[in-house]
Design a protein around this ligand. Sequence first.
Ligand SMILES: NC(=O)C1=CN([C@@H]2O[C@H](COP(=O)(O)OP(=O)(O)OC[C@H]3O[C@@H](n4cnc5c(N)ncnc54)[C@H](OP(=O)(O)O)[C@@H]3O)[C@@H](O)[C@H]2O)C=CC1
Ligand SMILES: Cc1cn([C@H]2C[C@H](O)[C@@H](COP(=O)(O)OP(=O)(O)O[C@H]3O[C@@H](C)C(=O)[C@@H](O)[C@H]3O)O2)c(=O)[nH]c1=O
Ligand SMILES: [Mg+2]
Length: 285
Amino acid sequence: MKVLVTGSAGQLGRALQTSAPPACEVTAVDRAELDLADAAAVGAFVHGLKPDLLVNAAAYTAVDKAESEEALAHAVNADAVAAMAEALRATGGRLVQVSTDFVFDGSSPRAYRPDDARNPLSAYGRTKAAGEDAAGPDALIVRTAWVHAAGGANFVRTMLRLMAERESLRVVADQIGAPTWAGGLAATIWGLVAKDARGIFHHTDAGTASWYDFAVAIQEEALALGLLARAVPVIPIATADYPTPATRPAFSLLDCSATRAALGDGYTHWRTHLRAMLKEELALG
Ligand SMILES: NC(=O)C1=CN([C@@H]2O[C@H](COP(=O)(O)OP(=O)(O)OC[C@H]3O[C@@H](n4cnc5c(N)ncnc54)[C@H](OP(=O)(O)O)[C@@H]3O)[C@@H](O)[C@H]2O)C=CC1
Ligand SMILES: Cc1cn([C@H]2C[C@H](O)[C@@H](COP(=O)(O)OP(=O)(O)O[C@H]3O[C@@H](C)C(=O)[C@@H](O)[C@H]3O)O2)c(=O)[nH]c1=O
Ligand SMILES: [Mg+2]
């Protein structure tokens, strides 16, 4: 099976490449090879390669910056996806689109199910919701949240840097979600592809956390591994006391039960995957 993976240098793009099933002949492209801001180039590339499967792991993921660059974010996160879907309809290939908990507004009293109503609060969330629509009904859409991987641009590595530099940290304690390791997300995507799943599926690690809980766990695990030399106070604060350009959902847990049932596999707690990620981080040096 001929597979095209976009976003090859990103967290998910790299994880997809290392865990691709042997039957997949993977072509992986980064921004230099295929710029998703150029929808015509995207269509032409897909027409040229004619992949059986396209896993779109590229995205405009700078949540705060998207508030002032929504047109560019929309081009990358939605217009490029429309071009992929259109080209794949012509060539007969399947599309896997990756989406986010930030399509929800956080007002739900329970974990979000795949068919719950969306109401994004941010420009990033709006462009990702538009990307889901652009992918169309035949696509597999996998929503995830709070993704981290060794070597990637993520909250874990931001915390490691700030914990080494600063004497204390303030972290929001009133935004609740689920951290997710890119390796587990990639495994779920390959599993759903093998089952020819279509429609919307949710994947995060098991358990729940606030960003504050996550930061405390990051520090504890990093100290235990010797990734940090000393502990600094981590202070829980309210979102109102940490102003950012983008509004983030206060609660964005994703109900992943349908995904786990479809794959018939277990659920790994985020803390277990955090430890694995930090061990890889240590090995990278
Ligand atoms: N990271 C997270 O916390 C979450 C991510 N997601 C979704 O998961 C998917 C994978 O995200 P993740 O791997 O974590 O993100 P990363 O930011 O690690 O990777 C995204 C990749 O997309 C590339 N990219 C950005 N703009 C363009 C462009 N114009 N043309 C081509 N490539 C481009 C980036 O390249 P460059 O480095 O050059 O910018 C980067 O390599 C995305 O759809 C994202 O929206 C969902 C929930 C949470
Ligand atoms: C650095 C820092 C952040 N924060 C807050 C800001 C924010 O509310 C929260 C997380 O900050 P970040 O900017 O790292 O995370 P953010 O980039 O918003 O993460 C999101 O990325 C996109 C791509 C997604 O799809 C989401 O699922 C989610 O992972 O922590 C603090 O409270 N203290 C700090 O020192
Ligand atoms: Mg970010």
